[in-house]
Design a protein. Sequence first.
Length: 819
Amino acid sequence: MEKNFLSSDTLVELEFLTDLQTGIHYHENFELLYLLNGSLMVTVEEESFSLRPGDMIMVNANKKHSYEGNEEVLIGRFVISYSKTRELLNQNMILFWCNSVVDKNEAYDDLREVMTQIFNQNLKNPDGGRIFLNSLYYQMLHILTSNFLLTARDLRYEDETSRTDDRMQEVFQYIRLNYRQNISLQDVAKQLYLSPTYLSKYIKKKCNISFIDLINSVRLGHAMEDMLYSDSSIMKIAMDNGFASVAAFNKVFKEAYNATPSEFRKHARADKDPKEQRKKEEHRLLIQKKVEAYLEGSPVLEPDHKKKSRICAELHTKTNVGRTWKNACAKMINAGTALDLSKSVFQEQILFTKEKMGIEYVRFWDIYAPELYIDIHSPREQIHFGKLDEVIDFLVKNRLKPYIELGFKPLRLLKTTQNALKEISREQEFESDSQMRDFFGELLVHLIKRYGAEEVQTWYFEYWKKEDLVFQDLAYSFTPMSRQAQQEYFQKFDTVAGAFRGVLPEVQIGGGGFSMQHYGREGFLFILESWKRHKEMPDFISLNCYPYQIQKEGSLYFEKKSTDMYFVRHNIEKAKELMKEAGFPKTELHVSEYSLTLSNRNVINDNCSKGAFLMQNAIDCMEDVDILGYWLATDIYADYQDTQDFLFGGCGLLTKAGVAKPGFYAFEFLNRLYKTMLVKDKNYVVTGNNRGSFRIVCHNFKNLNYNYYLTEENKIRMQDIPMMLEDRDYLAIHVKITGVENGMYMIKQHQVNQKYGSVQDEWKRLNMDTEMNMEEMEYLRRISTPRLSTQKITVDNNVLEFEINLSANEMEYLHITYK
C-alpha cells in the first residue's frame, strides 16, 4: 500500500513498491515514480503512459492517477511535500512536467544519477546517513525545479476544460490553507464568486464526493500525519485539524479506517503478530535484494569521479582505421528573405560563409514579397519571376544551390519568445486548387528553362506548414490547431508536389518545418500517419529545433525554455523513432532551422558560449541527419531601428559589418577537418589522412544555469553571462595517438576564447562605443580572429602525446603534421 502521509517536517520520503496495481486515487503531495524493473502503465487523469526501466513520471498534486505493473515490477516512489515545496519556492501554483516517456532531456540522466545515490544510501545506511540523504533529496528537488517546473508565466493557452480544472485547484488551495478553521460551502463559494448550489454540484461532479467529505478527507490526511508522527492527544489532533469535536473526528476516522483513532494508535504501537512481522520482514528482504540487483547494474559514482575536469582522447593508428563522415553543418545555411539576398552587402557575407564554412545550399524564403512582383493570381503567362531570377542567378553563378521555402511564412523578428519586433504576414490564398497547381507548375517550368533540369533537380524546395502560434500586435498568441485544420497542409502539399513532379519527376520537395518540441510525440505521430494517407510523399522531412517546449498538463498548455542542451539530437532521435513506428517511407531528414535561441536581441548570440554550443551540437549530431541548417548567417537580417550598437545580440554568425563571431569559427574549424573520422567524444573529434597528419576540434561548452532561464532574453547583459554558467572549470584533454612514425611533429593550434577571437570581448575592451569610425571597425575585424600558436614534439616511441587545456567555452582547432 502506498504511503501518502508525511510528517510536518519531512520534505521527501522514499518507498519501494512491488504492487501490481493501485486503484484511482489522488493526494495533495507530489508523487515521483521511477521504474527500476519490470513494466508499468501509469494513468494520470485521462492519459496513460507505458514506463520501461529507467523511466520516470511526476504526478502533480490532486491529480487522479493509478498504475498497473507486471510481476517483475519494482518502483521507487518519492512522495514530495507540496507544502514544503511551496514554502521553499515561495509560490502558490506549483506544477511539474517530468515525464521521460514523452520527453528527452539530459536532466533525466542527472535525476537518475541522484536517485541511484539515494537508493544506495537508503539501502546501505538508512539511519546513520540521514544528513547526506537529505542533501540528496534537496539535490533531486533542485534538478526538478531547475528543469521541469512550470510556472504561471509559462502558461500559453487554456480551454474551457482547463478553466474548470483551475477552479477545482482553487477549491483545493482554499481548503488546504483553511482546513484548520471552520469553513463552509458558502465561504468557498464567496471566495470563487460562485453560488453555493453550483459549487456543491461542481465538487460532486469533479471529485465524486460531497463538499463536507472533501474537507474531511483533507483534514483526515493531516490528522493521520499527526497520529503517525506525534504524541499529541486525540483531542488535540482533532482540534488542530479543524474537526468540530472528538466525536466528529472519531466518526470520520472510523468510516475511513474501520477503527477509532484510539484503536488505530493502540494497534500501531502494539507488538505485531509474529507471522505478520515475519511476512513483512520477508517482503523487506525481497525488495532489498531487488534493489541491490538494480544497483549492481547501475554503480554509484563517487563525487570525485563525477566531476570531469580531465578526459583522454586515445587512438591507435593501426586499429582506428576510421570512417568517412559528412559534415551536415556545412551543407546549408539560413540566409534570409529573397529580397535580402538581392543586396550586395548581404551577398558578400554569404560568399564569405561559403569560402570559410564550405556551404553548399543557401536557404531563403518570402518569395512573395511585394517588391519581387510575383502575383499568384496572375494568368500563367503573365507571372513575373524576374526579381526572383536575380537572386537565384547570384547563387548559381557562385556555385551555390538554392534551398527555397515555398510557403507563405510570416516575416518575424523576435525580441523574446513572447514579444516580436516585427511581424509581417504573407498569408495569401489561392482561389482554387487548379490556380495553385498552375502557379507552382509555371514556377518550375520557368526555373527549368532558365537553369536546366539537371541543375534544378539538385535543389531543395520546402513547403512550410502553418503554425499554431502567431504574434498579434507583436505579442505571442498560441491556440492549438484542430486536427481538421492540420489536414489542410497535406492537401496543399499534394497540390504543390503534384504540380512540381508533373513537370520534373526528379525534383526534391519536402516539408514542413515541424517543431518537435511543440508537436510532441502524439502530435508528430499524427502528422506522419496523416501524411501516409495522402498521394504525394515528401523527398525530405524538415524540422525546426529551438530550446522551447510546449508542454500539456491536462487541458493547460505551457511553454518554457528547455534546459536540455542536447535538444537538437533528442528531437532528431524522436523524429526518427516515430517515423519508424509509423512505418513512414524512408526519406531524408533535415533540420532546416536550429539555434540556441529565437531571440535576435540576446547577447549570448555574440558570446563564446554560443560558439562552444554550436561546436558541441555539431559533434553531437554530425552523423544523425542529412542537413543541419543553422539559423542564421548574418545579423543584417535582424537589423532594425533599435540596432544602433555594433553588437546587439543578433542570431547571425557574422555581425552586420561582416565581423566573424565565435559561432562562425565553430563552423570554420569543423570545415577544416579531414574526411576520415578516427575517434570522437562529446568534447572532441579527431580526424586523419593517409599521410600521417591529424586535425582535431575540441571545446569546453558550459551548460547555462537557472539565472539564464529566469531572465528575459533581451534583458541579459554581457557582464551577466559568467554568472549564468553552470561552472567555469577548465577542461584538460590528454591526447594519445599510438602507432605513429617516429620523428618530428608540428602542432598548429587555433584558439577562440575570451582573450582571442571573441568580437564581443574585444568590443567590450573598446568600452562598447555605439558609434565607431571605419578605423575602429577594421581594427575589430582584424583583432577578432583565433590565436595561432605552434609547438614541435619529437616522437621516439611511436606515441604522440600532448595535452590541450581549455577555459570555459573555449574552442580549438589543431593541425598536426609529420615533418
